[in-house]
Design a protein around this ligand. Structure first.
Ligand code: CP
Length: 294
């Protein structure tokens, strides 16, 4: 039994094993697991929650969903005590999305007889989204050696960037970022970024693939950008910028139309958005299988 809280725990062999399993599931491979999985979602989610639920069921596992307002965490119970409750009830694992950073977490994973799978902890990690983005890019480009990937937008609050960038670097891609300086984390170089672009047009010139991120208004306690309109004009994917893209663009979703991306471009020829969502099912099946089967 394994847990997956951060991509930093994964070696290249682990990632290759997960991607191989995902490829098998995409081709229709069947494998059966048993047991009960709790889906503890204390923050909103559509694609992550539903695809984990579908992945569990397709593998033969039972799912039990607990949402924020209905959980006893709102009555003051701690996260650890909530996990101990699932453990006592005989669950095999908990897929969790929480509004706080789970770090350090080794004390929790070691003290509990459950697989813990992180579906997003505040601004820290979203390992399955990072794996989905890696899987999707490998599907399109094959080898990622030297592929130039640009993340654009709210890097500061992005667990998607913090999960995706280390995985893309692991497979030889070059990673750069672009966004308002107020939304670039001070420790961005920890992620081995090649360049920090102030101009999205210069970033687009550099990049083979661009990953737009959502402007996360709900996490911003001050005005990091003058207005959504000016942000879209300076950093968004507009129709003019679309013409200059050398290759594909991605977005983990949910998209803020006319803030991150012009709505008319979401499902266009150069968009990999639907592919990312589709791959979410196979990658999450693979992660569940990797955690429970080994
Ligand atoms: N990408 C992502 O995590 O989407 P949801 O918030 O809809 O799960």
């Amino acid at each position: 039994m394994r847990s997956l809280v951060s991509v930093r725990e994964l070696g290249k062999k682990d990632v290759e094993d997960i991607l191989k399993k995902a490829k098998g599931y995409r081709k229709g491979k069947v494998s059966k697991l048993e047991g009960d999985v709790a889906l503890l979602f204390l923050e909103p989610s559509t694609r992550t929650r539903v695809s984990f639920e579908k992945a569990c069921r397709r593998l033969g596992m039972n799912t039990y969903t607990v949402l924020g307002e209905s959980s006893s965490l709102t009555k003051g119970e701690s996260f650890l005590d909530t996990l101990k409750t699932f453990e006592a009830l005989g669950f095999s694992g908990v897929v969790f999305r929480v509004p706080f950073v789970l770090f350090p977490y080794e004390g929790i994973t070691k003290s509990i007889n459950l697989s813990l799978i992180n579906a997003g902890d505040s601004t820290h990690q979203h390992p399955t989204q990072g794996l989905i983005d890696l899987f999707t890019l490998k599907e399109v480009y094959g080898k990622l050696d030297g592929l130039k990937v640009l993340y654009v937008g709210d890097i500061l609050h992005s667990r998607v960037f913090r999960s995706g960038a280390p995985l893309l670097r692991m497979f030889g891609a070059e990673v750069s970022v672009c966004g308002p300086r107020t939304l670039i984390p001070r420790d961005v170089h920890v992620f081995e970024v090649k360049e920090v672009f102030d101009s999205v047009d210069e970033g687009i010139d550099w990049a083979d693939v661009v990953i737009w991120l959502r402007l996360q208004r709900e996490r911003q306690r001050e005005n990091f950008v003058p207005s959504e309109r000016s942000y879209f004009e300076r950093f968004g994917l507009t129709r003019d910028r679309y013409k200059n893209l050398k290759g594909y663009f991605m977005h983990p979703g949910p998209v803020n139309r006319e803030i991150d991306i012009d709505g008319s471009l979401l499902y266009s020829e150069k968009s990999l958005i639907q592919g990312q969502v589709k791959n979410g099912l196979y990658v999450r099946m693979a992660v569940l299988s990797w955690c429970f089967e080994g």
